[in-house]
Write a protein that binds this ligand. Structure first.
Ligand code: NDP
Length: 433
């Protein structure tokens, strides 16, 4: 805390991991001898830069850009860019730290990193977003590359932003280096299924947790927070597996639709028109809009937090458990507060932490990198099949590791120890660097 003052989300993410590593450290005294924990908590590099741009009125605006290369023991830095007014170094470091472990559990050759800016794309014109992205990339380009650091999207960075960023990278470097960014449109080098991957993967993870208990998602009543990229495709896959989704949200409020959310309307509002979720009731007067509400107050059997960090606190966790919720799988990064996690772990509910449950996005980014490197395009079916296998494998790894270290069914311990072991072994092999 003294070394990284004021970075509360980063402290929270580090504490959550370290608190679970005791059994692994007892089995491997060499990790402590070689100060692996102290090394893993210190980013390899952190870049902070000025992003000046002009708005539509001709006024100069200044934002702050970040890119943190957290750990490259297993491969090039890999992790998204977040554009949101709440972004500061502590958010980027928490996300980068989580990313190291998440990427390790996928079993793919990926290090961990994260970046972004306090720029708010909401309410900006396309031209403003383009000028911002061009300015952002004009500094970032010198720090990234397909074998160095490969950014992708996150909150506020979707297909439009990735397009502008890639266009500027290509222009500055004189290289059509497809593998420098993932989340590209399939029309120019992107992989099919990348857009769907985080949401679909989270649902596959939830399905595996239920399967391990002899149950399934079919017929379950679900709530999903958020209505962005992860939430939309989580809802889509839940519906494909026969579940009923009765609520979703954005940062202003919640839509409750007892007969089931119409995903076409949500996609139209959020992906095409860039409007608010409250506009859903214009199309569906039978639904209810709750300004300032939370989806956790709506009774459900399965809950998927897919919006942002610390959106589900202890009180919300208690409400979910009291209402009979049997599974929570995190599409977002660190959406549950430490108090909320404690309640889930003390209850009989199946709890899948984001590091494991939302790793399908980055895993599919690695598949995009593979396709770019071999100048190939895979079909939707083949890529989705790979995603499904990867998520089943991640679930099994977490499940078995939890049992091996004396906490069967505890996916937090399973995910943290499985991931930590991968990274620690590589760091040991490289010596003190
Ligand atoms: P989007 O920007 O597409 O959507 C984010 C959604 O969350 C929106 O509905 C947004 O509402 C809501 N939201 C964002 N910030 C807040 C906030 N401070 N309070 C309340 N609601 C908020 O982002 P993604 O769907 O890509 O990301 C969602 C989560 O998933 C993040 O935690 C991200 O790190 C994580 N994630 C994303 C991956 C990906 O592939 N995209 C991969 C792995 C994890 P509003 O529009 O009102 O802001």
């Amino acid at each position: 805390v003294q070394r990284n003052p004021g970075e509360s989300e980063f402290h929270q993410a580090v504490k959550e991991v370290i608190d679970t590593l005791g059994p692994a450290l007892r089995h491997h005294p060499e990790y402590a001898d070689q100060k692996i924990i102290a090394r893993i908590c210190e980013p390899e590099r952190q870049i902070i830069f000025r992003v000046p741009w002009q708005d539509d009125r001709g006024e100069v605006q200044i934002n702050r850009g970040f890119r943190v290369g957290f750990n490259s023991a297993l491969g090039p830095y890999k992790g998204g860019l977040r554009f949101h007014p709440s972004v500061y170094l502590g958010i980027i470091k928490f996300l980068g730290f989580e990313q190291v472990f998440k990427n390790a559990i996928t079993g793919m050759p990926l290090g961990g990193g994260k970046g972004g800016s306090d720029f708010d794309p909401k309410g900006k014109s396309d031209a403003e977003v383009m000028r911002f992205c061009q300015s952002f990339m004009t500094e970032l380009y010198r720090h990234i590359g397909d074998i160095t650091d490969v950014p992708a999207g996150d909150i506020g960075v979707g297909g439009r932003e990735i397009g502008y960023l890639f266009g500027q990278y290509k222009r500055i470097t004189n290289r059509y280096e497809s593998g420098v960014l993932t989340g590209k449109s399939p029309k120019w080098g992107g992989a099919l299924v990348r857009r769907e991957a985080t949401g679909y993967g989270t649902v596959y993870f939830a399905e595996e947790m239920l399967k391990a208990r002899g149950d399934s998602l079919e017929g379950k009543t679900c709530v999903v927070s958020g209505s962005g990229n992860v939430a939309i495709y989580a809802i889509e896959k839940l519906q494909m597996l026969g579940a009923k989704i009765v609520a979703c949200s954005d940062s202003n409020g919640v839509i409750y639709h007892a007969s089931g959310i119409h995903l076409d309307t949500v996609k139209q509002l959020k992906e095409v028109q860039r409007r608010r979720i409250r506009n859903y009731i214009d199309e569906h007067p039978g639904a209810q809009y709750i300004e300032g509400g939370q989806v956790w107050d709506i009774p459900c059997q399965v809950a998927l937090p897919c919006a942002t960090q610390n959106e589900l606190d202890a009180e919300a966790a208690r409400t979910l458990v009291a209402n009979g919720c049997i599974a929570v799988a995190e599409g977002a990064n660190m959406p549950t507060t430490p108090g909320g996690v404690k309640i889930f772990l003390e209850s009989n509910l199946a709890y899948g932490p984001g590091k494991a449950a939302n790793a399908g996005g980055v895993a599919t980014s690695a598949l995009e990198m593979q396709q770019n490197a071999s100048r190939d395009n895979w079909t939707f079916e083949h890529t989705e099949q790979r995603l499904h296998e990867i998520m089943t494998g991640i679930h099994q790894d977490c499940y078995e590791t939890a049992a091996e270290f004396g906490s069967p069914g505890n996916y937090v311990i399973g995910a943290n120890i499985a991931a930590f072991r991968h990274v620690a072994e590589a760091m040991l092999a490289f010596g003190v660097i």
